[in-house]
Design a protein around this ligand. Structure first.
Ligand SMILES: [Zn+2]
Ligand SMILES: [Zn+2]
Length: 270
């Protein structure tokens, strides 16, 4: 699927307040989140995405004194990619000294409200990644803002997804980064191999629902845990997850991230 680009004219961007610094090439992309509250209502209302992007631009221009929105592109839940500073222009969001290394791509999630990235956001981020590789001379790196800079950005769910190799949702083959050296593949070999991490955290509350939850539950039941295979990750799944994490000697946060996911298949049965 080609990129579904929302041009600056489409989203009513203000003009930049000066000229961009040109950027010949980058090593890849850094992924960001808003760091604030994102109204979950935008999932059902693309106009809400437009308003949010406009307000981010106003904040960056009027609050930060930047010449434009700090991001190269913005990915929304509707698998649309807003043009920020765009191709071959230095972004401002990666942090001092770090902007020329990577394009900056914002996923429209925050640390409150809409926290878990919908599949549309993940797809749109990857559409932007492919676009800057093809048209913007970007390299293959996909990193988080926090890589090399002291920040929580892009938040735990998006960062876990980045660390898992930024797979396409829906399991159509996963990330296409040939440099992928996911440390999760370091097991001895010959053992069972986990299916690709779904790219979002399974957690409760609120209840996480989906086929990925069902897949994990089925596997845990096959390992002998007592839980319902109903595709809904609630208190029961969380409690099983915690006990499993303690058994495996990893942090018992009750959240199925990339490590806990992999262990469900690859940890030896005790
Ligand atoms: Zn950031
Ligand atoms: Zn949208």
């Amino acid at each position: 699927m080609a990129i579904d680009l929302v041009t600056r004219r489409d989203w009513g961007a203000r003009a930049p307040r000066g000229s961009y610094t040109q950027l010949a090439s980058t090593r890849g992309v850094k992924v960001h989140y808003t760091g604030g509250l994102v109204n979950p209502g935008i999932v059902d209302d693309h106009n809400g995405c437009v308003s949010l992007v406009q307000s981010i631009q106003r904040g960056h221009q009027d609050g930060n004194g930047w010449l434009d929105i700090g991001y190269s592109f913005v990915a929304c839940p509707h698998r649309k990619v807003f043009e920020g500073r765009g191709l071959h222009h230095l972004p401002a969001a990666n942090g001092p000294g770090l902007n020329s290394g990577h394009y900056a791509v914002l996923g429209l999630v925050g640390n409150a409200g809409l926290v878990e990235p919908p599949d549309g956001v993940l797809h749109a981020i990857l559409d932007a990644v492919e676009y800057v590789r093809e048209r913007g001379d970007a390299g293959l790196e996909i990193k988080g803002h926090r890589d090399g800079y002291a920040t929580d950005c892009p938040g735990e769910p998006l960062y876990a997804w980045v660390r898992a190799g930024a797979p396409r949702p829906g399991g159509d083959g996963g990330g296409d980064d040939p440099g992928d050296d996911d440390p999760g593949n370091g097991e001895g070999g010959g053992g069972p191999e986990a299916p690709p991490f779904p790219g979002r955290l399974l957690r409760y509350p609120p209840v996480t629902r989906g086929e990925d939850v069902r897949t994990w539950q089925r596997q845990m039941k096959a390992r002998g845990w007592d839980l319902d295979v109903d595709g809904a990750y609630g208190a029961q799944s969380r409690d099983v997850c915690r006990r499993f994490q303690r058994q495996q000697g990893v942090a018992d946060d009750g959240v199925v991230g990339p490590v806990t996911w992999r262990l469900a298949w690859e940890a030896p049965l005790s």
